[in-house]
Write a protein that binds this ligand. Structure first.
Ligand code: SAM
Ligand code: SF4
Ligand code: SF4
Length: 375
């Protein structure tokens, strides 16, 4: 889309060491970080590869044929992922989101879904298990994912206009196939379906009202459309503040056509502000990551494809858990204690500091890429 992209400096080679503390305190689900935030949500990237080249995430100029994606041997196996997830659950994680890259590119993903669906919190509850996808492979996979235990799904779709969507995914992928994926997810009983749309000013902002109209009229309560502010994640997408259309403006444009009523957040740490259509035809959400930081109750950890633990979407480095999972053959107690120590020292609040016009801690350094740690 003609934006200047910035060459990638590879951060994957500079992990932080995950240290096992001398005293192995067993997890009690009460872990909090330096700002009093619990650990509730784990996002797991299952691949760094993607079949789309959304310019705001994996610009073609950088992620081209020469780009070295991770070799298969670097990826955590399904056993390693589910073991790590089980330990996170013992620390209080209640929700797991599979992401990527494009998670449906990971072969036999439904096997991993089955393993994660079998996990329980210390109180014996199943975890809230979901997945974010571009839906390109969803018509083929929705039923198998549901059968394996996936409960709900989030689908990314930035425009309904076919030409705009093809340009935004930059691989000429048609919008009709994403809509077919949404239908397949609904048929398979994955509910509620969330549809996420990243708004980039001057690129797809005129799609806001048509998208709101389409989803409320065709799907009503079955689909919740959420508009996301374009974020300065990573270092390759040439982000600038004037590309961001604030959620307040997105909401105003929708409200002009369809009156809205504020809803209460459904869960602690919820990222979206939820609004119901006043005529009862469903709801719409706004994720204002840039203009209204939600760091104060951010309870999300991110596990990269090769097992690095990131404490913030804007972090420049992650803690390498893979040696503990592999070479050192650490037992579960050691792994749990290492994760506990990392979280207890966490003080990340990048967006809040940016909002205060204070320098976020990693200003001037490179941030990790979104496709690598997942959204
Ligand atoms: N490939 C899958 C997909 O697109 O749904 C999952 C991974 S993708 C990184 C997860 C989410 O991050 C998508 O909804 C995408 O739109 C969003 N995303 C990527 N880059 C973004 C950016 N710079 N600002 C806001 N959202 C972004
Ligand atoms: Fe791929 Fe998702 Fe990134 Fe688009 S947003 S390039 S679909 S990982
Ligand atoms: Fe959480 Fe970091 Fe985003 Fe703040 S900036 S909400 S700490 S991921």
């Amino acid at each position: 889309m003609g934006d200047a992209t910035i060459p990638l400096i590879d951060l994957r080679h500079a992990p932080l060491k995950a240290v096992v503390p001398r005293e192995l305190r067993p997890p009690n689900g009460l872990l909090i970080d330096q700002l009093g935030r619990p650990l509730r949500d784990l996002r797991i990237s299952v691949t760094d590869r993607c079949n789309f080249r959304c310019s705001y995430c994996m610009p073609k100029e950088v992620f081209d044929r020469q780009y070295a994606f991770l070799p298969h041997s670097s990826l955590l196996s399904f056993e390693e992922i589910s073991r790590t997830a089980r330990i996170f659950a013992s620390h209080g994680v209640q929700k797991i989101r599979l992401t990527g890259g494009e998670p449906l590119l990971r072969k036999h993903l439904e096997v991993l879904v089955g393993m994660l669906a079998a996990l329980r919190t210390p109180q014996g509850q199943a975890l809230d298990l979901t997945l974010t996808t571009n839906a390109s492979l969803l018509t083929r996979k929705a039923q198998a994912l549901r059968d394996a235990g996936l409960q709900r799904i989030t689908i990314s779709l930035d425009a309904l206009d076919d030409a705009i969507f093809r340009r935004m995914n930059d691989v000429d992928f048609p919008v009709a196939d994403v809509l077919a994926g949404i239908e397949a997810a609904a048929r398979a009983g994955l509910a509620p379906i969330k549809v996420n749309s990243v708004v980039k000013r001057g690129v797809n902002d005129h799609e806001i009202v048509p998208m709101a109209r389409f989803f409320r009229e065709h799907f009503g309560h079955a689909v919740v459309l959420r508009f996301i502010e374009y974020m300065d994640v990573g270092s390759t997408n040439g982000w600038a503040m004037d590309h961001v259309l604030p959620s307040s403006e997105v909401r105003r444009r929708i409200e002009d056509q369809f009156p809205l009523v504020a809803m209460r957040a459904s869960a602690e740490g919820e990222t979206a502000q939820r609004w119901a259509y006043a005529d009862g035809r469903g709801e719409v959400g706004f994720i204002s990551s840039v203009t209204q930081a939600f760091c104060h109750d951010c309870n999300r950890a991110r596990l990269s494809t090769e097992g690095r633990l990131y404490l913030c979407l804007f972090a420049s480095q992650g803690f390498d858990l893979r040696p503990l999972l592999r070479e050192e053959q650490a037992n579960d107690e050691a792994l749990a204690a290492a994760i506990g120590l990392i979280w207890s020292k966490r003080d990340d609040r990048y967006s809040q500091l940016r909002g205060l016009n204070a320098a976020p801690p990693n200003t001037g350094t490179r941030k990790v890429e979104m496709h690598y740690i997942g959204g």
